[in-house]
Design a binder for this molecule. Structure first.
Ligand SMILES: *Cc1c(COP(=O)(O)O)cnc(C)c1O
Length: 392
C-alpha cells in the first residue's frame, strides 16, 4: 500500500523520546525531561504583541509564497549584520521552520543516485530528508578528540563523482560544539575543489558561549557563498519553535526552485507568524542575551556534574543547549546495559530521567542531554542519575 519512500522513512527519535516522557508525566510520574529540543523560555512579549496586532489588522490572508518583503528585508539585514553576507530578495526564502527550508533544499538539489555527505554524529532529520528525496546519505565519522569537527582529509576521502553536497551544522545538535575558522577554511578548500554544495544549518548561531564566535562558511569567500545555502530561523534564537518560521539564503536559481516547490506544497508560512518574525528580527534583542546567560549557567553546572560521575566524560560544549557525554565506559558494566539506548531506557525507568541515546544521532558511545530545562530540574536529575548508576 505505502510508497517506497514512506517505507524508507523513520519517525524522529528525538520527538518520540519527548512524547514518551510527556506521556509518563501525564500519568502522574515525576519525569525530568532531558530530551527536549526547544528553549524552555516563553516567546518575548513584543513578538506576541506583533502577532496579535497582525490578527486584529486582518493580516490573515495568503502572502507571497517565499515571505513578505518586510520579513525578507529584515532577514537580509540580519545576514549583513551578523554574518557580513550580502543577499538580495531573490536569494532569500522564508519557510515553515528551518526544517522546512532544509526539506525544500533537498527537494531542489537531490536526485536519485546523488550522494550527500553528513558528518556523524548528525541531527536526525538530515539522513531522512536525503532518503526522502531518493539520494544516498554518506556518513563521515567525527571524533571527540577533534571536538566533533569534520576534518578536510576525511571529507575528501569520502567524495566520489556522485557527491552533490555536504551538510554542516554549527553549533551542532547533538554535540553542542561549533566549528572554528581554520577547520571551515580547510573544508571550504575541498568543497570548492570538488565543486560541491554546502548546506549550512546555523540555527544555533545565537547560542554560543566562552567567547566563541559563530562563523558561517558562506562568509569565507565569494566563491564559497556561491556554493552555500545558509539555513537559519527563529525557533531557537527567539524561543519560537511553535510559530514555524525558518529561512534560507543562497544562489538565486536554487532559491527560485525552492520557492516553486513550496508554492506547490505549503504555500506561504503563516501570515501572522511572519509579522511576529519581523518584530523578532527588528525589535529589541536583549532577550537573546538573557536566555544565553541562563543557558550558560546551566551548561557550566551540568558539565561539571557530569564529569564528576565515574565512567562518564563530557567535552565542554560551546554552543546550542546540549551536552553530549561519552558513556561508553558504562556499557557492559551490567547485563542490562550494552548500548546508549539500553542506558537511556534504564535511566528513564530507574531515574525517571528522559534523554536521547547517541545511537539516534549515529554514535552509540554517547547520550544527548538537553539543558533547556530549569536549574532545579537539572540538579534533581543529576542526583537521580548518580543514584541509578551506582546500582549498576
Ligand atoms: C531545531 C533544529 C532545527 C529546526 O528548527 P525549526 O526552525 O523549528 O524547523 C534545524 N536544525 C537543527 C540542528 C535543530 O536542532
Amino acid at each position: 500500500m505505502l510508497s517506497d519512500r514512506a517505507k524508507r522513512i523513520k519517525p524522529s527519535p528525538t520527538l518520540q523520546m519527548d512524547a514518551k516522557a510527556k506521556a509518563m508525566k501525564a500519568e502522574g510520574i515525576d519525569v525530568i525531561n532531558f530530551g527536549v529540543g526547544e528553549p524552555d523560555f516563553d516567546t518575548p512579549e513584543n513578538i506576541k504583541e506583533a502577532a496579535i496586532k497582525a490578527i486584529k489588522d486582518g493580516f490573515t490572508k495568503y502572502t507571497p509564497v517565499g515571505g513578505i518583503l518586510p520579513l525578507k528585508d529584515a532577514i537580509i539585514e540580519k545576514f549583513k549584520k551578523d554574518n557580513n553576507l550580502d543577499y538580495t530578495r531573490d536569494e532569500i526564502i522564508v519557510s515553515c521552520g528551518a526544517k522546512h527550508s532544509l526539506y525544500n533544499i533537498a527537494q531542489a538539489l537531490f536526485s536519485a543516485g546523488d550522494e550527500v555527505i553528513i558528518p556523524s554524529p548528525y541531527w536526525v532529520s538530515y539522513p531522512e530528508q536525503v532518503l526522502l528525496n531518493d539520494a544516498t546519505p554518506v556518513f563521515v565519522k567525527t571524533y571527540e578528540k577533534d571536538s566533533f569537527m569534520l576534518k578536510a582529509d576525511a571529507l575528501e576521502s569520502h567524495i566520489t563523482p556522485k557527491t552533490k553536497a555536504l551538510i554542516l551544522n554549527s553549533p551542532s545538535n547533538p554535540t553542542g560544539l561549533a566549528y572554528d575558522k581554520k577547520t571551515l577554511e580547510e573544508i571550504a578548500e575541498v568543497v570548492l575543489k570538488h565543486n560541491l554544495y554546502v548546506i549550512s544549518d546555523e540555527i544555533y548561531e545565537k547560542l554560543v558561549y566562552d567567547g566563541v564566535e559563530h562563523i558561517s562558511i558562506a562568509s569565507l569567500s565569494k566563491e564559497m557563498k556561491e556554493k552555500t545555502i545558509v539555513v537559519n530561523g527563529l525557533s531557537k534564537s527567539h524561543a519560537m519553535t511553535g510559530w514555524r518560521i525558518g529561512f534560507a539564503a543562497g544562489p538565486k536559481e536554487i532559491i527560485k526552485a525552492m520557492t516553486s516547490i513550496q508554492s506547490q506544497s505549503t504555500s506561504n508560512p503563516t501570515s501572522i507568524a511572519q509579522k511576529a518574525a519581523v518584530e523578532a528580527l527588528t525589535g529589541p534583542q536583549d532577550f537573546i542575551g538573557k536566555m544565553r546567560e541562563e543557558f550558560d549557567k546551566r551548561r557550566k553546572f551540568l558539565v561539571s556534574e557530569l564529569n564528576s560521575i565515574p565512567s562518564i566524560s563530557c567535552l565542554v560544549p560551546t554552543g546550542a543547549f546540549y551536552a553530549f557525554p561519552n558513556t561508553s565506559a558504562l556499557y557492559g558494566k551490567s547485563e542490562k546495559i550494552s548500548s546508549s539506548s539500553d542506558l537511556a531506557l534504564y535511566l528513564l525507568e530507574e531515574a525517571k530521567v528522559a534523554l536521547v541515546p547517541g545511537s539516534a544521532f549515529g554514535d552509540d558511545d554517547y547520550i544527548r542531554i538537553s539543558y533547556a530545562t530549569s536549574m532545579e530540574d537539572i540538579k534533581k536529575a543529576i542526583e537521580r542519575i548518580k543514584e541509578a548508576l551506582q546500582k549498576l
